[in-house]
Design a protein around this ligand. Structure first.
Ligand code: NAP
Length: 264
C-alpha cells in the first residue's frame, strides 16, 4: 500500500535505536524525509548513515540528524533551528527509572513529567498550527502499555504518561482535527530493545535469576509468546502517519502481542 506521505518531513525523537529508530526506518522506506534526534551523536550518526545507505537512493528521502536532548528547551530550539516545519512528529524519549514511589522525591517526578508529558506537549504546541495551515499533520506519541495497565515499579511512567494521554484526548478533538491534523498515542507492550534488556538485567541482579530465564518467563505472559520487534512497531507508526489513517484520531493504539487482558 502506498501510504501517500512520500516527500513529507518527519521529526522522529529518540531515534538512534529502539522503537524510535523503527519508526524513522519505516518512514524513510515510505519516502518521508526524516530528522532523527537523540543525545548520543555517534550512535545517531551511525543509524542515520545506515538509513541513508539502505533507502535514500531507492526512495529519494533525505535523512538529517540533530544530536540533542529533546527534553530540554535548548535541545528543541536546536532542532527547530535546523528545520522549523514538520508534517509528522513522533515524540519519544527514554522512559523514567523503575522503583518504589516511597523513594521518589519532587525532583524525580519533575524529571519524569518533563520528559514524558511536557516535552511531547511542547513539541505538539510548536508544530500543529503549521500542520493545520498546510492541511495535513500527524502526531504520534510513543507512550506505553502502562497507560492502560499500570506496572507497579513504573509509577513515574504510569503517572507522567497518563497526564500526556489526558491532554492528547482533549487536543486531538479540538479544531485541529477538521484541518487534517491527527494526534494519536502508540502504546508498546514488551519490545526487544535495549530498554527492555536493561530492565531485565536490573531484575536479574535483584532476584539472582538469569536474564534469559526472566525473559522466558516474561514471554509466557504474552499471548504471542514473544517480544515485539522494532520493524513491526515502525510499520504501525508509519500507518498512523499515512493519508489512509486520516480518520484515526485521539486513539491509544496498543501493540503488545495481546498481553492486555481487557475485552475493550
Ligand atoms: P531505547 O532502545 O533505550 O531507545 C531510546 C532512544 O531514545 C535512543 O535513541 C536514545 O538515545 C533516545 N533518547 C533517550 N532519551 C533521550 C532524550 N532525552 N533526548 C533525545 N533522545 C533520547 O528505548 P525503547 O525501548 O526504544 O523505548 C522508547 C520509549 O518507549 C521509552 O520511553 C520507553 O520507556 C518506552 N517503552 C518501551 C517499551 C519496550 O518494551 N521497549 C515498552 C513500553 C514503553 P540517547 O540515549 O543517545 O539519547
Amino acid at each position: 500500500m502506498d501510504l501517500g506521505i512520500a516527500g513529507k518531513w518527519a521529526l522522529v525523537c529518540g531515534s538512534s535505536k529502539g522503537l524510535g529508530l523503527g519508526c524513522a526506518q519505516a518512514l524513510v522506506q515510505e519516502g518521508v524525509n526524516v530528522m532523527m534526534v537523540a543525545r548520543g551523536a555517534e550512535q545517531l550518526q551511525a543509524s542515520a548513515s545506515k538509513l541513508i545507505a539502505s533507502y535514500a537512493d531507492s526512495t529519494g528521502a533525505s535523512v538529517l540528524f540533530c544530536a540533542q536532548d529533546i527534553t530540554t528547551e535548548a535541545g528543541r530550539a536546536a532542532v527547530f533551528a535546523m528545520r522549523p516545519d514538520f508534517d509528522i512528529v513522533v515524540t519519544n524519549a527514554g522512559g523514567p527509572p523503575t522503583g518504589d514511589f516511597r523513594d521518589w522525591d519532587r525532583e524525580d517526578w519533575i524529571q519524569a513529567v518533563d520528559a514524558n508529558m511536557l516535552t511531547p506537549i511542547d513539541l505538539i504546541k510548536a508544530t500543529v498550527d503549521g500542520m493545520a495551515q498546510r492541511g495535513f499533520g500527524r502526531i504520534v506519541n510513543i507512550t506505553s502499555s502502562s497507560v492502560k495497565a499500570p506496572i507497579d515499579v513504573l509509577g513515574l511512567s504510569n503517572g507522567a504518561r497518563s497526564g500526556l494521554t489526558g491532554f492528547v484526548a482533549g487536543v486531538a478533538r479540538s479544531g485541529l482535527a477538521a484541518q487534517g491534523v491527527t494526534i494519536n498515542n502508540l502504546l508498546p507492550g514488551v519490545f526487544d530493545t535495549d530498554r527492555i534488556k536493561t530492565v531485565l538485567q536490573g531484575n536479574a541482579k535483584k532476584t539472582g535469576q538469569t536474564v534469559e530465564a526472566l525473559a522466558d518467563a516474561r514471554r509466557k505472559t504474552i499471548p504471542a509468546r514473544r517480544f515485539g520487534n522494532i520493524e513491526e512497531f515502525g510499520a504501525i507508526c508509519a500507518f498512523l502517519c499515512s493519508v489512509q489513517a486520516g480518520y484515526i484520531n485521539g486513539q491509544n493504539v496498543l501493540a503488545d502481542g495481546g498481553a492486555y487482558p481487557g475485552t475493550y
